[in-house]
Write a protein that binds this ligand. Structure first.
Ligand SMILES: [Zn+2]
Length: 78
């Protein structure tokens, strides 16, 4: 694994962990750019425990995978 990719993976894992710890985050959306073919296949909404690890393995985008997590927040306030 490239040092850059490793750094990104750690960053994304950390972000996912924070979202899991936040009670307002109910799910996570994986967003992929057009030129990330693997991302195009996996993008969508996942339960917090089911989200795939980012950056995606096998991403063919030149320069590396730039897929991101988007938190889905509970918009209902008590
Ligand atoms: Zn990607």
């Amino acid at each position: 694994m490239q040092p850059d990719t490793k750094y990104k993976a750690e960053q994304q894992a950390e972000y996912l962990k924070k979202m899991r710890a936040n009670p307002r985050v109910t799910a996570v959306r994986v967003a992929a750019p057009q030129n990330c073919t693997v991302g195009q296949m996996v993008q969508g909404v996942y339960a917090l425990g089911d989200a795939p690890a980012l950056p995606l393995e096998g991403c063919s985008r030149p320069g590396g995978c730039i897929c991101t997590y988007d938190p889905i927040l509970d918009e209902i306030y008590p």
